[in-house]
Design a protein around this ligand. Structure first.
Ligand code: NAD
Length: 502
């Protein structure tokens, strides 16, 4: 992926946001230097003293007001997303809709997920009450990507806020205006809150790097695996915990008993929507040999009438980040060199910032198009002899984010064999639209989860509280007042409790 850090020119003080379709300048933003990053974190620290002690009901009210403010400004926001990111206005609206679902879920479920839990103290400590309280961490540094500029970072922002943390957010340099719009809407919706509950700092990778080193309590990063590794290394200095949502190379398995048309429809959409710039988009397909020809023909038929553009008829927009176009071109050329056949499109499908859909069949599994994240509107389709081979190939990746299975009878069974953070059965990306389901992956796809209860718990630390409710005479285990008869009793009781299992 990109090495955005290197694009920050030493001494540069502003960042220019550009429309990826036209090259027109949208806005210029001041870049936050180290001092500005520290000031933002200090302000968030002060605000945390207020925000973190509000009731869940209060925070819910503020978060839902923010959601309503985003709804009220949805036309303006979708226009800005269309201009700064390039995606279609409809896709921008769908992204907003999913974002609102998550804000609402986080606001309404925080208390249920985080409320104090009473646990059993165990027989030997039965005079105690034992409680787990989930405390907010304090200040969360959120670093976001550009491909889903509101949905993706919001998976951290809304959940961190709902759990009682304040947030300092550095949007991607390719979606700075959008990031600031969302934070401004929070402040506009909640003028009575102190400054610093949710603020942005703008800049390139260097600003993100300064945030990672600042006095924050966790960094929640979404972006490429390469940047995720740098962030984890930098965070080690202060042992700052990390949540890393990185890339994917998601596989789809199409079994012999799949509904071929439904599978083709989902694959065609999942591979190309948002110009293929989706972390959990479809990149690889493994299809049973018995249905391969029909499936490939169906995918081709659908994608023949799918085209990128910037008008209202476009199926998807331009590539947001110019440097990604070279990666997509390299993957297509490498696939064709490695025995693959392009049944739709090819290197000529790239024209300016737009890439027409490309379908590559039976590419060698060692080629870049199969091993690396392509992040473009391309897909590889490989024929397999059975589900076992499909599962083996699907799992043979350094990434493990999303996945999908198409099978009329064995969907769940096959899903359970896939090494991934999430699997959709008979759909693609279903898991990303269900707020209660955690989202994230392992290995090069990252560490930790956003969304749902696990995503909320990421932004808290358990505080264990043991309350001695009464003393048992002679049973003062944690005291020099312990008697010899207590020890005798324990020596009789412990084998009864733990020594009877054969
Ligand atoms: P990127 O890694 O280039 O940049 C992401 C963010 O990190 C940007 O804000 C950037 O300025 C910042 N950054 C760069 N260098 C930094 C450093 N050294 N320290 C701190 N911050 C730094 O990624 P991108 O191109 O913006 O996003 C695309 C990637 O994001 C793809 O790999 C995609 O799969 C992934 N992604 C993952 C998810 C998920 O939830 N798993 C969601 C969306 C996108």
């Amino acid at each position: 992926m990109s090495t955005t850090e290197s694009t920050a020119i030493a001494g540069e003080t502003t960042l220019t946001s550009v429309n990826p379709a036209t090259g027109d300048v949208i806005a210029t933003h001041p870049i936050a230097d180290e001092q500005a990053v520290h000031a933002a974190v200090a302000k968030a620290r002060t605000a945390a003293a207020t925000w973190g002690t509000l009731t869940y009901a209060d925070r819910k009210r503020y978060l839902l007001r923010w959601a309503s403010r985003l709804v009220a400004k949805s036309d303006e926001l979708c226009d800005l997303i269309h201009a700064e990111n390039g995606k279609t206005r409809d896709d921008a609206f769908l992204e907003l809709m999913l974002t609102l679902e998550h804000i609402s879920w986080a606001a309404k479920n925080a208390e249920k997920v985080l409320k104090t839990k009473k646990v059993s103290p165990g027989a030997l400590m039965s005079n105690f009450g034992a409680y787990i309280e989930q405390r907010p961490l304090g200040v969360i540094g959120v670093i976001g990507p550009w491909n889903y500029p509101i949905y993706t970072p919001n998976g951290s922002i809304a959940y961190a806020l709902a759990a009682g943390n304040t947030v300092v957010y550095k949007p991607s340099e390719y979606s700075t205006g959008i990031g600031n719009f969302v934070a401004k809407a929070f402040a506009e919706a909640n003028p009575e809150l102190p400054d610093g509950v949710f603020t942005t700092i703008n800049g390139y990778g260097a600003t993100g790097a300064a945030l990672v080193k600042a006095d924050i309590d966790k960094v929640a990063f979404t972006g490429s695996a390469a940047t995720g590794k740098k962030i984890m290394a930098a965070a080690a200095d202060r042992l700052t915990p990390v949540l890393l949502e990185c890339g994917g190379k998601d596989a789809v398995i199409v079994a012999a008993d799949a509904d071929i048309k439904a599978a083709a429809d989902a694959v065609a959409y999942g591979a190309t929507m948002n110009s293929g710039q989706t972390c959990a988009g479809v990149e690889r397909v493994y299809v049973d040999a018995s249905i391969k020809d029909q499936f490939v023909a169906e995918v081709k038929k659908i994608l023949t009438s799918v085209h990128p553009g910037s008008d209202d008829k476009a199926s998807y927009g331009p590539m947001t980040m110019p440097s990604q176009i070279d990666i997509v071109r390299r993957h297509i050329e490498d696939a064709l060199k490695n025995g693959g056949t392009a049944v739709l499109g090819g290197p000529d499908s790239i024209s300016g910032p737009y890439i027409e859909p490309v379908v590559l069949v039976d590419v060698d599994e060692s080629s870049a198009a199969v091993r690396e994240e392509t992040f473009g509107p391309t897909v590889t389709i490989r024929t397999v002899k059975d589900v076992d081979e499909a599962v083996e190939l699907a799992n043979n990746s350094t990434y493990s984010l999303g996945s999908a299975v198409f099978s009329r009878k064995h969907g769940l069974e096959i899903a359970r064999r896939i090494k991934a953070g999430a699997t959709s059965v008979n759909s693609v990306l279903g898991f990303a639209a269900i707020s209660a389901l955690p989202f994230g992956g392992g290995r090069d796809s990252g560490i930790g989860r956003i969304h749902g209860a696990p995503g909320m718990l990421e932004f808290t630390a358990p505080h264990s509280i043991a309350v001695q409710r009464f003393t048992i005479p002679g049973m003062a285990l944690l005291s020099y007042a312990r008697t010899e008869s207590t020890m005798k009793l324990l020596r009789r009781v412990v084998p009864l409790l733990h020594g009877r299992h054969k």
